[in-house]
Write a protein that binds this ligand. Structure first.
Ligand code: SF4
Ligand SMILES: [Zn+2]
Ligand SMILES: [Zn+2]
Length: 312
């Protein structure tokens, strides 16, 4: 198998593009896909400051790497969830990348440790406050990323969600007709109100397999295991189904998700309606000042509850 572009020996075949690439041309392809995503969805410009949410996995570290190589001003935030060996290993991978690669571009890593603030790791905390682990985790991560983005004056927050993540999420939302979520499934969500950072997903044009190949070819040392809490999740089931369809008909995920985005663009202008709706009900949390629909935001409520139940 030879590279479609330069005809030297290929290292990866991409059935959905009917192409194969050598390492150099594959890196060019990946960078080009991200550059196209940034441009077509008006994500950010070269002068803006970006905060990348990193987990230690291939997608978020590859995203940080690609943005720096494309010349963007990208720092990162890692939230240590306190899930035993998984968190220890992922923390080590993030620190290693930050020191060995990001620092050479002048980029900085911010850290937040759940255990330090809540007095317990995510699993124990969720159990003590009687909430599912993943929803506790979601509240904490959303809050901390938004807090750091606003406090440190980043223009935009970027996450490593890839084509597989977005197609699986879309499948779940369609199966349950979650119309409210469908409206928010685009790869670029504007800052709906002051106090909420803009959120973007620059990897939505690349598949999980392509990002794993990018990480390996570029010697990015990432944690291969998924978070142990993800075991048996609906998202993993949807991904499996989509992978089977993709094997039979390459390009299925892309047609499904990109087709949805095209239709959303034609539909318009839900973003404006949502903004007005949000503006009407959101006000600053009386405890931390982040926007919320209640008097006290769900994060502050959770931390207040943690103080009463977590053994000191
Ligand atoms: S699977 Fe792990 S990282 Fe993902 S939401 Fe659940 S606890 Fe958080
Ligand atoms: Zn080539
Ligand atoms: Zn609050």
């Amino acid at each position: 198998m030879n590279c479609t572009k330069c005809k030297t020996k290929a290292v990866i075949g991409l059935p959905r593009h009917n192409a194969a690439f050598c390492k150099g041309c594959f890196n060019g392809f990946v960078h080009d896909q991200v550059a196209r995503a940034i441009k077509s969805e008006w994500m950010f410009g070269k002068e803006e400051r970006i905060l990348v949410a990193v987990s230690g996995g291939k997608d978020s570290l590859a995203l940080w790497d690609i943005l720096l190589k494309l010349g963007y001003r990208a720092d990162a935030l890692y939230v240590n969830l306190g899930i035993g060996a998984y968190s220890e290993q992922s923390h080590a991978k993030v620190t290693k990348f930050a020191e060995a690669v990001a620092a050479t571009h002048g980029a900085k890593l911010h850290l937040h440790t759940v255990e330090q603030e809540a007095g317990a790791g995510i699993k124990e905390l969720a159990m003590l406050i009687h909430r599912p682990t993943c929803s506790t985790c979601g509240t904490i991560k959303r809050y901390q990323f938004n807090r750091v983005a606003i406090e440190q004056e980043y223009d935009v927050m970027a996450t490593g969600h890839n084509l597989d993540d977005e197609a699986a999420r879309l499948l779940g939302n369609v199966l349950h007709w979650q119309e409210e979520y469908l409206d928010k499934q685009g790869p670029s969500l504007p800052a709906s109100v002051a106090g909420f950072a803009k959120k973007v997903k620059p990897l939505y044009r690349l598949s999980e397999r392509e990002l794993a190949a990018y990480a390996v070819l570029n010697r990015i040392d990432y944690i291969v295991e998924e978070c142990p809490m993800a075991k048996g999740s609906k998202t993993l089931q949807y991904k499996e189904v989509l992978n089977r369809l993709e094997t039979e008909s390459p390009g299925t995920k892309q047609t499904f998700y990109w087709g949805f985005l095209d239709k959303q663009k034609k539909k318009q202008p839900t973003a404006t309606t949502m903004t007005e709706k949000d503006r009407a009900v959101l006000h600053p949390c009386t405890s931390c000042s982040q926007p919320t629909t209640a008097e006290v935001c769900s994060y502050c409520k959770m931390m207040a509850r943690a103080k009463t139940v977590v053994p000191q």
